[in-house]
Write a protein that binds this ligand. Structure first.
Ligand code: PSU
Ligand code: MN
Length: 302
């Protein structure tokens, strides 16, 4: 028997907003299930949605529940993905397999972007993107997917656990637009400045909306636009603490033989444990600030 009920399901509020052309912000669920420690993850997931709402936009957290791909998880579904033990981290290549297996899954930046665009959404907020790792060859699917997926992603750069310079080179090769939000320096997730210059910056949500309109007008809009939103320096993780924690984490990665898609969750968990919650507070601020800016961009563009 061939099963044919696979499709995207919208949360009720998101369905109405999309129909009416009202502003919607896509949110990812990997941050919730694999990126943030329990029990803070559920509280933060709800705060992210509230922050989007306060801007006048509708939050649409994306994830998979029992094989159903949902755009706009309700609170029970969000709670399930934040607390269940067998939630799989889903990148783009996993989506159909997981649906056919009726799995529970959390979508990465790559998978969230792809599903958001399929669902008609234009703006997405996350913490930091995946990219090129420092160790053995490992490059996140986030990069190539953003080369193909026309969505605005508000992020605090790429995760500081990565080779940031190599990641920026790849973004250039892949034709992904990168603009700094009120800065010409690329942010480093936990830290304000990753040490690289940017060619472009924007000053307001309206500036981003103008870029979106220009891309439509030009007809050249296959890929993503990264809006890199740095933390203010007084809110960043202390750079010395950051560098020490990262060095320890990379050594542990090696000694414990962690590879593949477990690498990023492992390093984030190491940070949260080793900094006694300081990185968690910083990570939360990053996401909330990005959710707010994404909401304002979605409102400006609607
Ligand atoms: N940013 C965060 N926390 C996270 C991630 C990003 O602040 O947990 C997740 C995103 O879902 C991103 C993924 O797509 O990590 C990258 O994983 P990988 O390096 O395996 O592609
Ligand atoms: Mn990887």
């Amino acid at each position: 028997m061939i099963v044919t009920d696979f499709h995207i399901e919208y949360g009720a509020e998101v369905a109405q907003a999309v129909q009416a052309g009202r502003p919607v912000v896509a949110l990812e669920s990997t941050i919730v299930s694999h990126g943030l420690p329990r029990p803070d993850n559920l509280r933060v997931a709800r705060e992210i949605e509230q922050t989007v709402r306060a801007t006048g936009a509708v939050p649409a957290t994306i994830g998979m529940v029992g094989g159903r791909l949902v755009v706009g998880l309700d609170d029970a579904q969000l709670t399930h993905l934040a607390t269940a033990d067998d939630v799989t981290k889903l990148s783009v290549r996993d989506l159909a397999v997981a649906a056919a297996a009726r799995a529970d899954g959390a979508t990465t930046v790559a998978a969230t972007s792809a599903v958001a665009v399929a669902a008609g959404l234009k703006v997405f907020a996350t913490g930091g993107l995946g990219g090129v790792h420092r160790e053995a060859f490992d490059e996140s699917n986030d990069l190539i997917t953003l080369a193909r997926t026309p969505i605005v992603v508000v992020c605090a750069g790429v995760k500081s656990i990565l080779d940031v310079g190599a990641t920026l080179e790849r973004l250039e090769t892949l034709g992904v637009t990168v603009v700094g939000y009120r800065t010409r320096r690329f942010p480093g997730f936990f830290i304000t400045d990753a040490g690289f210059d940017l060619d472009w910056s924007v000053e307001s949500p309206e500036d981003v909306a103008a870029i979106m309109a220009a891309r439509r007008g030009q007809g050249v809009h296959h890929g993503g636009v990264l809006v890199a939103n740095p933390l203010p320096t007084d809110e960043q993780l202390d750079p010395d603490l950051h560098d020490r924690t990262l060095a320890d984490g990379l050594a542990k990665l090696e000694s414990e033989g962690i590879t593949g898609k477990a690498v990023t969750p492992f390093l984030l968990a190491h940070f949260h444990a080793a900094t006694e919650g300081r990185s968690l507070a910083v990570n939360t601020r990053i996401i909330l600030r990005n959710a707010e800016l994404a909401g304002r961009i979605a409102v400006a563009a609607a």
